[in-house]
Ligand binder design. Structure first.
Ligand SMILES: Nc1ncnc2c1ncn2[C@@H]1O[C@H](COP(=O)(O)OP(=O)(O)OP(=O)(O)O)[C@@H](O)[C@H]1O
Ligand SMILES: O=c1ccn([C@@H]2O[C@H](COP(=O)(O)O)[C@@H](O)[C@H]2O)c(=O)[nH]1
Length: 240
């Protein structure tokens, strides 16, 4: 087996994908499958930071569209990501992979607060660090939190694992004519307003030279092959 080409990665997992075939919540089989994929990475010697979205439970923008105060909705969205993080911590530990949830919002009886130096230490010890509650601020997303944490902890790659195979000219879920981009520059992604990842997250990656891959979360064994150097999904590269 080829050795991993990355020492430390930050993996952003879609919250929505946790629903599986359901319309809401967490499908336990899907959760366990994702946890097994993450454990394989740890087993291969890679230090793994995780950020999990909250779209399977709540998004602030959706709640605001139905009349709720936006900041309250975003607080609920961030707490939703904490619930997903706790579920993932449990699934990983059932598989024998030590994990720590670190939250950007203080919920001190439940998990650790996010402190960068502590997070680095957990990673060095081979524990999966699950960064919960996004950035801790409303009006952001977990994509931005993933970019931020990847940069803060010195990850060598940010992987966005989502429901589609990578980046396309348009949303492939709604546009069957969308073309796949195996490589795209940050500049082109921003210019074309591609909605696969939010603008703030892409700008952060661009400005801090964080390599970014978008890939399908449901492709079996793909994460392991990716960290061993296979060209999977779409790679976002420097340039205009
Ligand atoms: N140009 C594009 N290329 C690829 N996917 C796109 C594009 N435009 C929109 N998308 C959509 O973006 C989705 C991924 O982004 P999004 O952050 O909304 O999902 P997510 O990762 O599942 O979020 P959450 O973690 O909140 O559940 C894909 O599932 C895809 O349908
Ligand atoms: O930094 C952040 C991150 C997230 N939120 C809120 O949480 C939900 C869920 O996150 P997704 O990235 O959409 O999965 C998001 O819609 C926001 O409402 C936040 O406020 N700040």
């Amino acid at each position: 087996m080829p050795a991993p080409v990355y020492r430390r990665i930050l993996l952003k997992l879609s919250g929505e994908a946790l629903m599986g075939a359901g319309a809401h919540g967490i499908d336990p089989d899907v959760l366990d499958r994702f946890a097994a994929d993450v454990r394989e990475l740890v087993g291969a010697g890679v230090q793994v930071g995780l950020v999990i979205g909250g779209g399977n439970l709540f998004r602030g923008a959706g709640l605001a569209a139905r009349g709720m105060d936006r900041v309250t909705g975003d607080h609920m969205g961030m707490l939703a990501t904490l619930m997903n993080a706790l579920a993932m911590q449990d699934a990983l530990e059932r598989l024998g992979a030590p994990a720590r949830v670190m939250s950007a919002l203080s919920v001190e009886r439940v998990c650790e607060d996010y402190v960068r130096r502590d997070a680095m230490r957990h990673l060095e010890k081979g524990r999966v660090v699950i960064f919960a509650a996004g950035t801790g601020n409303p009006f952001f997303t977990t994509d931005t939190a993933a970019s931020l944490r990847a940069i803060e902890v010195g990850a060598e790659l940010l992987i966005k694992a989502t429901k589609v195979d990578g980046i396309y000219s348009a949303d492939p879920m709604t546009d069957p004519g969308a073309t796949f981009y195996p490589r795209i520059s940050y500049g082109q992604a921003l210019r074309e307003g591609l909605k696969v990842m939010d603008t703030t997250a892409i700008v952060l990656c661009r400005d801090h030279g964080m390599p970014l891959r978008v890939m399908n979360i449901n492709a079996s064994g793909a994460l392991l092959r990716l960290i061993r150097g296979e060209d999977i999904g779409s790679l976002v590269v420097s340039g205009n």
